[in-house]
Design a binder for this molecule. Structure first.
Ligand code: SAM
Length: 232
């Protein structure tokens, strides 16, 4: 009965629309674009709290470096104010409505070190080999259909000796979270991410060297991995 009431309400109808259009792990680009067009107006409101810890951890790691930084899947630009001003930041995302929010943030917060925000596919970057000193990719690997291609592109566009920072949720091996994730997996399509996404999907698909791995709040649900590209 409560469920019927929620369904009939405006909020219920909106939630149903949002979730029914959320991209699956294997969603097409137009699925992703239409889903994030719907999420863009409320994204910050819903996701700031759970995602801020990973964004801060990635920015902390990036801020020990200098030069040109690429953020892949920059979304509404929640992380942009967290980067040191000595990093020149470029952000790309598939979704123009998400990028519009990021552009508004850059203007509102006077982020003069953000050089460019462009619509682009993470699996097909138009930047030259070795163009960046560091790249970050947060909460994106589970929503793209081809995480191996995204990793290969990240490796390609950072210079030899450069750094790639990945923040993501990976499947828990055991315990309460593993149990919850197995239950959630049935709804992966509607959630827009794969709760059973394996850590090995990243580790086994890159030639870069893992130099740091850290569990992130809340409750260690997310993990940050820092990779170095070989110096050759
Ligand atoms: C969960 S949001 C994360 C946004 C941001 N990284 C953050 O921390 O708030 C995932 C983002 O990835 C973007 N995205 C999904 N597939 C993409 C692709 N193939 N290329 C570029 N961006 C993509 C979406 O448009 C969305 O903005």
């Amino acid at each position: 009965m409560v469920e019927d009431f929620i369904r009939a309400s405006r909020l219920g109808r909106w939630l149903e629309r949002v979730f029914s259009s959320a991209p699956s792990g294997a969603g097409t680009h137009s699925d992703v674009e239409s889903a994030y067009a719907r999420w863009a107006p409320v994204y910050d409101w819903v996701f700031t709290a759970p995602l801020v810890f990973g964004q801060r951890a990635a920015a902390r790691a990036a801020n020990t470096l200098s030069g040109d930084l690429l953020e892949v899947g920059v979304g509404t630009g929640l992380s942009l104010p967290l980067y040191n001003r000595n990093l020149t930041v470029t952000g790309i995302d598939l979704s123009e409505p998400m990028l519009d929010r990021a552009r508004e943030r850059v203007a509102r917060k006077h982020l003069g070190n953000v050089a460019e925000l462009r619509a682009m596919d993470a699996a097909d970057l138009t930047y030259a080999d070795g163009r960046f000193d560091v790249a970050t990719v947060m909460y994106v690997m589970t929503v793209v259909p081809d995480p191996d291609k995204v990793l290969a592109e990240l490796e390609r566009v950072v210079r030899p000796g450069g750094t790639v920072i990945v923040v993501n949720h990976f499947a828990s091996r055991s315990g309460l979270f593993a149990w919850i994730e197995r239950g959630l997996a049935r709804f992966a399509g509607k959630l827009g991410w794969d709760p059973l996404f394996e850590r090995e999907t990243v580790l086994d698909n890159t030639r870069m060297t893992l130099v740091q791995e850290e569990r992130i709040a809340p409750f260690g649900l997310f993990t940050m991995m820092v990779f170095k590209r070989d110096n050759v």
